[in-house]
Ligand binder design. Sequence first.
Ligand code: NAD
Ligand code: 4TP
Length: 345
Amino acid sequence: MTTTTPPPLALTMGDPAGIGPDLTLALWTARKALSLPPFLFIGDGDVLRQRARALGLDVAVAAAEPETAARLFPEAIPVLASDCTVPAVPGMPDSRNAAAVTGAIETAVALTLAGRTSAVVTNPIAKAVLYEAGFGFPGHTEFLADLSAEAAGGRVPLPVMLLAGPKLRAVPVTIHIPLKDVPAALTEDLIVETAAITERDLRLRFGIARPRLAVAGLNPHAGEGGALGLEDDAIVRPAVERLKAAGIDAVGPLPADTMFHDAARATYDVALCMYHDQALIPAKALGFDTSVNATLGLPFIRTSPDHGTAFALAGKGVARPDSLLAALRLAEELARNGQAMKEAR
Ligand SMILES: NC(=O)c1ccc[n+]([C@@H]2O[C@H](COP(=O)([O-])OP(=O)(O)OC[C@H]3O[C@@H](n4cnc5c(N)ncnc54)[C@H](O)[C@@H]3O)[C@@H](O)[C@H]2O)c1
Ligand SMILES: N[C@H](C(=O)O)[C@H](O)COP(=O)(O)O
């Protein structure tokens, strides 16, 4: 049994013009009532100060390092600087601040890989704003995988996006690609590798002894015997057979339209879906305020709220912090499980 205090969570700024600062302030303000896990905010302290003023909140912000964050947390939001180039205006994103946004993510990953913070929790970014500044990744998920290459032995690991909520866990096998490109990107190997990472992380990090995987078909009615598409029998079914042969509890391909109602969800621990919206529509419909986006397959823990930057709500104090709270709590729990696993070895 260890008695040492775990390192704080690394919370990135996200887009400084979005709701990330509002949510960070709202949660920190309620830290005592929520028993909020201590975090180190990596971003621009002035963004927090200005947003707090606009929202009429009495919030202190203090420069910190991972080692001082937990001590400071009761009195001030501990901040490690990743400063904006131009002042952030709520609701008006500016690609000149892209370096501060991506730099915060890089710092959070480096600190977590070094064991100085216990997990990465990301506030939402606006992809299009970063693309304007030359950001070369579809989203956090792919960027985080790229940042993990050295720690993963020199190869960029396959990142797996898990939307986890009280009513549903769902994984899209293909992630941020246009719908028209999905059939070509979907391979037996990709399904098997994604499923294997999902199964392993649910077992080792989430503590589910024998995860049950439900694999969705790609086409209507899982292809209806080939009449409505060939991929289900040619790609998805053989992948499920390989998973079963490897001892993984997997069923499918299942018609996607009937696998998300209450009784169907009770039969599995995670739905493996073939494309982004097949997974994220049911996940957000069933738990927009409570679901968390977690990245599996990385050498560190990363969670995020399941929503985006919601620019129209930024600076208004009306955005719900529930999903960010769930992300912080899940990161803390997964980090604790990881620590317990290490100590049990
Ligand atoms: N984790 C992430 O970084 C992440 C996740 C999703 C979307 N995004 C990005 O966010 C940007 C905006 O995307 P979008 O408009 O599709 O999705 P969004 O989640 O920002 O907004 C969708 C709707 O939900 C509302 N909403 C979102 N969060 C809310 C909250 N906490 N409380 C109350 N209402 C909330 C918004 O006002 C809007 O009506 C895009 O650039 C997208 O790429 C980022
Ligand atoms: N696809 C995610 C969603 O819609 O919630 C979102 O874009 C976040 O993805 P990253 O975590 O890769 O930024």
